[in-house]
Design a binder for this molecule. Structure first.
Ligand code: DCP
Ligand code: CA
Ligand code: CA
Length: 370
């Protein structure tokens, strides 16, 4: 018997200064220094942008997206500041382990980005926010104990409020916003804080004298439709009122791929070790997300940097590394038979996802994880 009726309990998790925190894990000596993770463009020594930075660097004014040269200027007086190149594969491997932890806490979950996920705790919490808070606390402890990382957690009646609750106290926060507290929580915030409002929408709203989320929630819907159209207008008003019906669910669209550079250029299938490791990574990612794929593709980047793709649609969805590898090998074989292309980098791509039926059943999920 459940008592939650129509109301939901949604939890959002967002890892703190994620890429920088990952770097600190493998470099004990930089923990107390400003750490800036950079996307170097390679054009000149310091060309590129800041991916993220730890909170010590943020205190000096460094932010995601600013030029590396600007970050270096800001931290020029700080001899200890550390600038590191982005290492996405490393962060992804950590992300996958975190996501695996998260999905043990709810059968209804959704990964939204490398460091962010939602869990629908409606059945677990049964309308009891104290219970939801306890689950949030357990999740934080588990991530800290197993992976040594801090995250911020938000709990609310939907994804929008859970996310904004998580963002409102960072780093290492745990914030609960009950249905009754939604409007008092949102109303005083500047409109720019509302999920989905970028600088252009913010400016337009400010021109209409809509400064706070509460102003937007109270604004005449037709006036918003006139300004923003039939879709965005009502959407903005609903969001400002804290209304979000979007369910927590695994997305089944999209694709993902892994690419590696070979030690030696080749025109034959002389990269079984690399291929095997790519397929294992892809398979693990499918498992983490509870997905199977119906299409497997290969990517071959030639020595003159031209990219070629081949793909195959399967009769039935697959997810094991062996099955993916077998299909990829077949594709590479026929690719090399077509001509003498000298290949420098290879990749494997999967798409056409279906959800993994077993994930829908709690008891079998535990078997699957064991
Ligand atoms: N990221 C990026 N470029 C951006 C924003 C983010 O490369 N403009 C990357 C680096 C971040 C990761 O995505 O570590 C997650 O982004 P978040 O927005 O969640 O930011 P952080 O986790 O770094 O910090 P916070 O503690 O504010 O969540
Ligand atoms: Ca984050
Ligand atoms: Ca995030």
């Amino acid at each position: 018997m459940t008592f939650h009726g129509n109301s939901r309990t949604v939890l959002a998790v967002d890892l703190d200064y994620f890429f920088a925190q990952c770097e600190q894990l493998r470099r004990a000596d930089i923990k107390d220094k400003p750490v800036v993770v950079c996307v170097y463009s390679g054009r000149s020594k310091d060309s590129g942008v800041v991916s993220t930075c730890n909170y010590i660097a943020r205190n000096f004014g460094v932010r995601s997206g600013i030029p590396i040269t600007q970050a270096k200027k800001i931290l020029s007086g700080n001899q200890a500041a550390v600038f590191l190149p982005i290492d996405r594969e490393y962060y992804e491997s950590i992300s996958e382990r975190i996501m695996a932890i998260l999905r043990t806490h709810s059968t209804l979950w959704e990964q939204v980005s490398i460091d962010e996920a939602y869990l629908d705790l409606t059945p677990e919490a049964n309308g009891d926010l104290d219970l939801a808070k306890e689950i949030g606390y357990k999740i934080k402890i588990e991530i800290l104990e197993k992976e040594n990382l801090t995250c911020s957690v938000g709990i609310g009646p939907n994804k929008l409020i859970a996310k904004m609750a998580a963002d409102s106290v960072k780093p290492n926060g745990l914030t609960i916003v009950s249905s009754e507290m939604v409007r008092p929580f949102l109303d005083p915030m500047p409109v720019a804080k509302l999920v989905g409002i970028g600088p252009r929408t913010e400016q337009k709203l400010n021109e209409l004298n809509i400064k706070r989320i509460g102003d937007l929630a109270r604004h005449d819907e037709n006036a918003l439709i006139a300004e923003f159209g039939n879709n965005l207008g009502p959407h903005l008003k609903h969001f400002a009122m804290g209304i979000d019906e979007d369910p927590v669910q695994q997305r089944t669209t999209g694709q993902f791929s892994r690419i590696v550079t070979l030690k030696r250029n080749t025109s034959s299938l002389a990269f079984e070790v690399e291929l095997n490791s790519l397929c294992k990574d892809i398979s693990q990612k499918l498992e983490t997300r509870g997905l199977r794929c119906k299409s497997v593709g290969i990517i071959a980047i030639s020595s003159d940097l031209r990219t070629k793709n081949r793909s195959k649609t399967l009769d039935a969805p697959i997810f094991t590394a062996e099955e993916i590898e077998e299909t990829a090998k077949g594709l590479f074989r026929s690719f090399f038979e077509e001509g003498e292309t000298l290949v420098r980098r290879i990749g494997v791509k999967v798409s056409e996802f279906t959800t993994f039926e077993r994930f829908k059943n709690d008891s079998v999920l535990t078997d699957f994880l064991a």
